[in-house]
Design a protein around this ligand. Structure first.
Ligand SMILES: [Zn+2]
Ligand SMILES: [Zn+2]
Length: 396
């Protein structure tokens, strides 16, 4: 691996920052202390910052030379409402909140790059260091864009990175096109007519209708969309009734739909609504259909992906870069930024979990698991990637 020496020398400081953030996790749009720490470090290193974009977002501005060219590098700062099972020294001190997705590491890697770039300006143009809030369901990326991220900080392209457990340390995964799914949720309430369970003919049983709808929806996946298009439709909650001898008034179906393509999503949503409404009508029941689109699919741009792959190959070698990594049905709000600007999002291998120090929980080292921890060995690897990416993009 061709890591940058001064970044390796700086490992202890960056690790200390990473663990400090890990110990003090904050949820969506509440990243006040984390943002404070990020802004303080950037300022200390002579990098001007703009704060408050998307409530707690921070943008560092690194300029050199006369070129009008500009690149954006993005990290996320928020944690999850999870009770951490790890007991090592840097485990969460905010009970019930945890950096279980490694955003502490993402923030630290970008800070590591910022520190190096502030002292070694081998580029001509502007690097925008974007620290965003609320990736975990809050759409912090969208919020920063709505508040003028790309107008206030005009950049040609934007890049993101996420640690990925299961990919070995020193390896990267990326693919052009769809890499993560759109995330959407639905709540459908079937209203029938309650009755004595021994006199079903005097009511309209919403449970039977809900079951018919649930069964029929799966045919959208197998009969309506093309077999070539990927999609998942999962009902994750069914609620109805509260006792053995009463047919209830309503039944509720809740769940999620994931797709890599918005046209496929349109098709699924429309078919779900039609099946729900017509099935209810067939049984003289009524239905209220609510479908909410959260994050769009994350779609990497071909040119910027080829560029990122080239940079990665220069650092870890071609054999350690999977440039056709299998997409995942997980979702990520960096997808919004890739709708606004060309760019690319990569997975950086977090290993299998053997990096965790004594006192880690007994669960697997997977994202969103209470026994997870970010792998500090990645800090110089990720920071080197950010630096080389920016330097190559803004070559003087
Ligand atoms: Zn997450
Ligand atoms: Zn995450």
């Amino acid at each position: 691996m061709k890591l940058i020496d001064p970044i390796i020398q700086f490992h202890n400081e960056i690790q200390a920052i990473r663990r400090e953030i890990h110990a003090h996790p904050e949820l969506c749009f509440e990243e006040h202390d984390t943002a404070e720490l990020v802004a303080k470090k950037l300022t200390e290193w002579g990098i001007p910052v703009v704060r408050g974009l998307g409530v707690t977002g921070v943008v560092g501005i690194l300029k050199n030379g006369n070129s009008q060219r500009a690149i954006g590098l993005r990290a996320d700062m928020d944690a999850l409402p999870i009770l951490e099972l790890n007991t090592f020294a840097h485990a969460s001190k905010n009970k019930g909140k945890m950096h279980a997705c490694g955003h502490d590491g993402h923030t630290a890697m970008l800070l590591g790059a910022a520190h190096y770039l502030s002292q070694n300006k081998n580029f001509d143009g502007t690097i925008y260091l974007i620290f965003q809030p609320a990736e975990e369901g809050g759409g912090g990326a969208k919020r920063m864009m709505d508040e003028g991220l790309f107008e206030k900080f005009p950049m040609e392209a934007v890049f993101g990175m996420h640690n990925w457990p299961g990919i070995p340390v020193g390896h990267f995964g990326v693919t052009p096109g769809p890499m993560m799914a759109s995330s959407n949720e639905f709540e459908v309430v079937v209203s029938g007519k309650g009755a004595h369970a021994a006199q079903p003919h005097k009511g309209i049983d919403p449970i039977m209708v809900a079951v018919q709808i649930a069964q029929s929806w799966q045919t959208i996946i197998t009969r309506n969309k093309s077999p070539i298009d990927a999609a998942a439709l999962s009902i994750t909650q069914i609620h109805a009734g509260s006792t053995t001898n009463v047919i209830p008034d309503d039944a509720t179906l809740v769940g999620t739909v994931r797709t890599f393509d918005l046209k496929v999503l349109d098709l699924i949503e429309n078919r779900m609504r039609a099946i729900a409404e017509h099935t209810a009508a067939a049984f003289d029941a009524k239905v209220s259909f609510n479908f909410k689109r959260n994050y769009p699919p994350l779609i990497n741009h071909a040119k910027e992906t080829a560029f990122a792959v080239e940079v990665l190959q220069g650092i870890v070698g071609a054999e350690h870069v999977d440039a056709q990594v299998e997409p995942t049905m997980g979702a990520e709000d960096f997808a919004f930024m890739l709708q606004g600007k060309p760019g690319c999002y990569v997975f950086i291998g977090n290993g299998e979990g053997d990096h965790r120090s004594a006192g880690h929980g007994l669960g697997p080292c997977n994202l969103h698991n209470p026994s997870y921890d970010f792998n500090d060995d990645l800090l110089p690897i990720g920071a080197t990637y950010w630096v080389r990416l920016a330097e190559s993009f803004l070559k003087n």
